[in-house]
Design a protein around this ligand. Sequence first.
Ligand code: GLA
Ligand code: ZN
Length: 632
Amino acid sequence: MIRYGGDYNPEQWPRAVWAEDAKLMREAGVNLVTLGIFAWAQVEPAPGEYDFGWFDDVMNLLHDHDVDVCLATMTASPPPWLGHRHPDSLPVAADGQRLSYGSRCHLCPSSPAYREASLGLVTRLAERYGAHPALHSWHIGNEWGCQVPACYCDLCAAAFRRWLSDRHGDLDGLNEAWTTTFWSQRYSSWEEILPPRRTTGIPNPAHTLDFAEFSSDALLACYRAETEVVRRAAPEIPVTTNLCNVMPNTDLPAWAAEMDVVSGDCYPNPGSPDGHLESALYFDVWRGLKDGQPWWLLEQAPSAVNWMGTNPAKQPGRMRRDSLQAVARGADTVMFFQWRASRGGAEKFHSGMVPHAGPDHPLHRSIRELGRELAELGDVAGTRVQADTAIVLDWRNWWALEQESHPSDQIRMMGRLRDHYDPLWKLGITTDVVRPTTDLSKYRLVVVPNLYLISGEAARNLASYVDSGGHLVVSFFSGIVDERDQIWMGGYPAPLRDLLGLTVLEFDPLLPGASTATSLGEATLWSEHIQLEGATAMETFANGEPAVTRHAFGKGAAWYLATRPAPDAMTGLMGRIAREAGATPAVPGLPEGVEAVVRVGDDVRHVFLINHTDQAFDEVPARGVTVRTERP
Ligand code: GLA
Ligand code: ZN
């Protein structure tokens, strides 16, 4: 069964509306809602005074209508009474300013007051609903770290010191790891160490890097504490939390390890011509977090959102296409934010499955149609996406790559990922997104965009993959520093030099807007001076120096890109490398813009064909989707 539904926020509506909601949900094929995400202040109107009666009624009503509940722990937006009584439960920004309540996500992860109040509530929720027949899963918090990824308060300073002492052992270890000999930054006692608060100039990059990881871990500790409570009360019920698309704020692999099932929220800009590529990438990232296990799309917008500045509506058919694209790429659950569009509040202009006009509206009719269609696709659930190509993403690298004081401030992880991901998508090649230390042996082609920070273990993993016959593509400014953000000495990129068969003598990044001529056409962003040590120059800069190289290594080949070719040239180059590697499109022969993904189960293949163009193609209408089920 594919689960279908959305965020349900009955606390925003009088009881009479609840009855209509339940009836409409059943008619629309809704079989799951995420419930109570922002209901803390309604179930605990004053500290320790609980009012669960109304919530019981909602749970029972939903159950009577065969709608299951992914029950939120309600901890993402503490009621005003918490911040009022305990200002230290509120987060502090890098400039020392404490943020007020009045929006949401106003929490300090190291605050005992927040921890105590949130776990008090979660304990009661778990006791009360852990055995409720409507309970399907737990939704811990909401989009952790999305709005406030880090807190710089004194409580977090103390927690950061504890984290650092676990990581570095003693102060000498920390001073060494952070290169505090530079600019007289040596610490002589733990008390001197602070979060990287606003300072005079460029902060110590190793300090900032450790703080990014600490901040993700601090939020994860809150998630874990809640998870332990609900698991104790209801060990059989799966636990998840909705990841906020793909961001540097939280270390997704570390989080996924503590989730029973990965779920995420995806909001492509309907006005952007390549929003569907962004979504495809997020879906592939989430699927990779648990090694291909099906995941849940917990939120998307039925049509417009309210937070983009200008918020275009989704064109007819777009909502269905987005939803089936998620299923194609491994989702077993398709959900929206939110069931009923709000009457007031900050999100009243965010589309809902039931719009302000009520159910007699084209948008709600398309919601019902999608419900019917997903019900027919039930046996897709549990099948696995087929991919023979992988792309590497690592969060510590992401944090390190985007630090200040680098050769170029234009090298941003998401953009660079897309520079590599989009050509593969255009070639119709399905990609998994993996970590640098993942066993790569099942892939024909592995692409490594800008892995600036690399561990020795990761470098060895890439080399052994190629040695045993793999094909690897590594782009510039990779293999430069170790996990502490210290240069791998002995010529760039030292840990990859043997594998790539070259040394980079000097970086020579291009100014914003500038380009450089290469045999692949104009390239942007970066150039460098390479000395070949076994690799062959496949493409060159205008001065004849290597721009793209290939090195036969063991039974495989390692390619290196010393610049950023224009998108078409990049697609051509990736196509050439993919052919050599034997990486193939999911369905060969499709025109660009028709996305094909295959999900495979026991004796069944589901072929998803998603047409993002205005041209009809064979069995796929313009802007349409066809799902072909094959039973050999
Ligand atoms: C996020 C949140 C939701 C809602 C939507 C609006 O995904 O989790 O509560 O605010 O954005 O797009
Ligand atoms: Zn704090």
